[in-house]
Ligand binder design. Structure first.
Ligand SMILES: [Zn+2]
Ligand SMILES: [Zn+2]
Ligand SMILES: [Zn+2]
Length: 338
């Protein structure tokens, strides 16, 4: 049935994606983005994330050797927002929201990306993420910690220096709330949703991209973005602090390999939004939550042709042409070297 138009269910969110495999041969006359040749120096005196440089508002980035974390100078959320609520007939509803937004520099080197870093240095990033999740999640009013990276101007990254963000906040964001509910439902009926899903994918094999002893990367059956991937620990774990040292090494290894595959796909530093969904930090155990990472890259068929979520997708439901199986095969066949 996968050669005819069909829709696939995302069991993590309950949403459907329309797949139209027969349309891959249609002529493309879409937007072509300008590519700027990349010649980045190791240190950029104008970059506020490079060691020793000044930031907005008089802040200063110190001379750091590995990773560096600071509160975002232009934070979208603030920790001291007082509680407030509006509800007019259930139509005009608003709630105040407390939060902390941080920036994580992955490396002092301005010219690197995750995929160009050594595994031992990516491991340091994983350890930093782990410490931040633990520290922020321990605050009694913080119930969710999102660790993510926007890479490339196409995804809205304002600075090419390798860095990501952490937003910790009071209430579960929409995505996390949906995934929590779906994982709870599955666990109540059978077992862990993503443990069961990973087992099925490993048995099938067609959507696996790469793997090591601890982690598996696959194009999910319900992928919306052309080369979307899901990063899954083999062992049931709910958050970074649950991972052993060997598993964190495994995560560093798989992140390096995956991002190098992406860079090799269209011979360009591949833009993406990626992030890790970890169990809520409400204090409850959340045994149903299975830690995972999502990579959402916008590119469709070259360094300059991207997918847009417009028209039918904006007004009805997401849709894709190339199948997740063919995307997985292309990624699987790519080299993982620099
Ligand atoms: Zn820099
Ligand atoms: Zn699991
Ligand atoms: Zn998720």
């Amino acid at each position: 049935m996968y050669t005819a138009p069909h829709r696939r269910l995302n069991p993590l969110t309950g949403q459907w994606v329309l797949v139209s495999p027969h349309r891959t041969a249609r002529p493309w006359q879409g937007q072509v983005e300008d590519t700027v040749p990349e010649h980045r120096p190791r240190y950029d005196p104008a970059c506020y994330l490079c060691p020793g440089n000044d930031r907005a508002g008089g802040a200063h980035t110190p001379d750091y050797p590995g990773t560096y974390v600071f509160d975002n100078d232009f934070a979208a959320l603030k920790p001291d927002t007082p509680p407030d609520r509006v509800d007019e007939e259930g139509l005009l509803v608003a709630e105040s929201e407390r939060g902390i937004c941080r920036v994580v520099c992955f490396s002092p080197r301005h010219d690197l990306t995750l995929g160009q870093m050594q595994a031992i240095d990516i491991r340091r990033v994983v350890d930093t993420w782990t410490d931040q999740y633990t520290e922020l999640g321990a605050l009694d009013w913080v119930n969710h910690v999102l660790i993510f990276e926007n890479r490339g101007a196409m995804m809205g990254a304002s600075n090419p220096h390798p860095h990501g963000q952490i937003w910790a906040n009071q209430r579960l964001p929409t995505e996390a709330a949906q995934e929590l509910r779906r994982q709870q439902l599955h666990t109540a009926r059978k077992g862990c949703l993503l443990c069961d899903y990973l087992e099925a994918e490993l048995k099938d094999g067609t959507r696996i991209v790469c793997q090591n002893d601890n982690f598996v990367v696959l194009v999910p059956f319900w992928a919306v973005w052309p080369f979307e991937t899901l990063v899954l620990p083999r062992r049931h774990s709910g958050a970074f602090p649950d991972l052993t040292g060997a598993e964190r090494d495994g995560l560093a290894d798989i992140l390096g390999r995956l991002t190098r595959k992406y860079d090799n796909l269209f011979a360009v530093t591949f833009p993406y939004s990626m992030g890790f969904h970890q169990r809520p930090t409400s204090g409850a155990e959340h045994p149903e939550w299975h830690l995972h990472g999502h990579f959402y890259p916008p590119l469709l068929r070259s360094a300059t042709v991207r997918k847009f979520m417009v028209g039918y997708e904006l007004l009805a439901q997401p849709q894709r042409d190339i199948t997740p199986e063919s995307a997985a095969q292309r990624l699987r066949d790519l080299p993982e070297g620099p």
